[in-house]
Design a protein around this ligand. Structure first.
Ligand code: FMN
Length: 349
């Protein structure tokens, strides 16, 4: 009996998994180092609070919200959870500094800056106000620069992700960045839909993970039923980046489910380029015309349910979304898959 008590206790898989997540979880103030990536129109009070209440870290997508509207959304989220959550701010928002102040006044613990390198004054204001700053690092040089500029943590997002994407997959970004950036926690995003993948990235040195696509079909998520149905039906190969038709007219790559809208976008580009070549449009007007094609399109799909003409932004992991489930069940499933994979490893099979 004594010998048994004296035997060194090997941590069980659940404890070992929590140990792998410890740095990320401590940074977020959560049980699990899992961020719910901010998704415009999708990540509002209900999904964000559900994720945080389930032990993960919800993030409000500010998108184009004005300061008053953001303040209202934060207060409503705080009414639904006493757990930590963050706010994602798009750096090119014309009122970025005011939005930072709104977060500080509401005592939001973490601001995630997305959509470009955040201006130094915004980082400084956030940090001076006591909020932790998380930035997206799409490449190694930028990762180093952001850490020097004061980022407290980084998210590296691979091109497998839904929404606006960079050119490099998470498989490669993780190998480039995780072994080098050790000063701050690095969270990985893009294409993650199961716990086995979460475990692998933690073992590679990630502090935690960020998922977006996998949470769209959470029961608490307010996205239109048509939007959720498109996710449940969608396969990985349906979630493709937008196609640029002409080398002279750049198109920002956005990964979304293919539909009538994505087909019409190609026709629209062809028609605009034709009018430019015929001298009917200046180059600037033609570029603007192409950019305006998708204005309001995500809202149309998420809120109005027009999944044929709207933008059904989704990552390649959409093929792993098979049903609507409560957020807590999704989180539990991911953790169980990661724990089971870890247990199999320690059993040697
Ligand atoms: C519908 C949708 C909308 C998104 N909107 C935003 C956004 O407003 N801001 C942002 O930083 N990322 C946005 N993203 C990216 C997510 O925050 C997250 O990083 C990404 O979904 C992770 O990859 P995954 O989709 O493969 O899980 C969006 C993704 C989706 C699917």
């Amino acid at each position: 009996m004594e010998a048994l008590l004296d035997a060194p206790q090997r941590p069980g898989p659940a404890a070992a998994l929590e140990a792998l997540m410890a740095r990320g979880a401590a940074f977020l103030g959560t049980r699990y180092a899992i961020l719910g990536g901010a998704m415009s129109w999708v990540s509002e009070r209900h999904l964000v609070s559900a994720l945080s209440n389930a032990g993960a870290f919800g993030v409000i997508a500010c998108g184009a919200m004005m300061p008053d509207r953001l303040a209202e959304e934060i207060a409503a989220t705080q009414a639904l959870t006493d757990k930590p959550f963050g706010v994602n701010l798009i750096t090119m928002h014309p009122q970025l500094m005011e939005l930072v102040q709104v977060c500080l006044q509401a005592k939001v613990g973490h601001i995630v800056f997305a959509g470009g390198i955040p201006p130094a004054p915004a980082i400084r204001a956030a940090k001076d106000g006591g909020t932790k700053v998380v930035c997206f690092a799409p490449a190694m040089a930028l990762a180093k620069k952001l850490v020097r500029s004061g980022a407290d943590a980084l998210v590296i997002e691979g091109s497998e992700a839904g929404g606006h994407i960079g050119p490099v997959s998470l498989t490669v970004l993780a190998q480039e960045i995780l072994p080098v950036i050790r000063d701050v926690p690095v969270f990985v995003a893009g294409g993650i839909g199961r716990g086995e993948a979460i475990l692998s990235y933690l073992e590679m040195g990630a502090a935690g993970v960020q998922l977006g696509t996998r949470f769209v079909c959470a029961t608490e998520c307010v996205a239109h039923a048509n939007f959720k149905r498109a996710f449940i039906r969608g396969a990985a190969r349906d979630a493709l980046p937008t196609v640029q038709l002409d080398a002279d007219f750049p198109v920002i790559p956005v990964r979304a489910l293919q539909n009538q809208g994505t087909k019409r976008f190609l026709e629209h580009q062809a028609a605009v380029v034709q009018r430019y070549k015929a001298g009917e449009l200046t180059k600037e007007a033609a570029q603007l015309d192409i950019e305006h094609f998708w204005a309001g399109a995500l809202r149309r799909a998420v809120v109005d349910g027009d999944v044929e003409n709207g933008s059904v932004m989704a990552g390649q992991s959409v093929g792993l979304v098979t049903q609507e489930q409560p957020a807590a069940e999704i989180i539990a499933e991911l953790m169980a898959q990661a724990g089971a994979a870890l247990a199999r490893r320690s059993e040697g099979n």
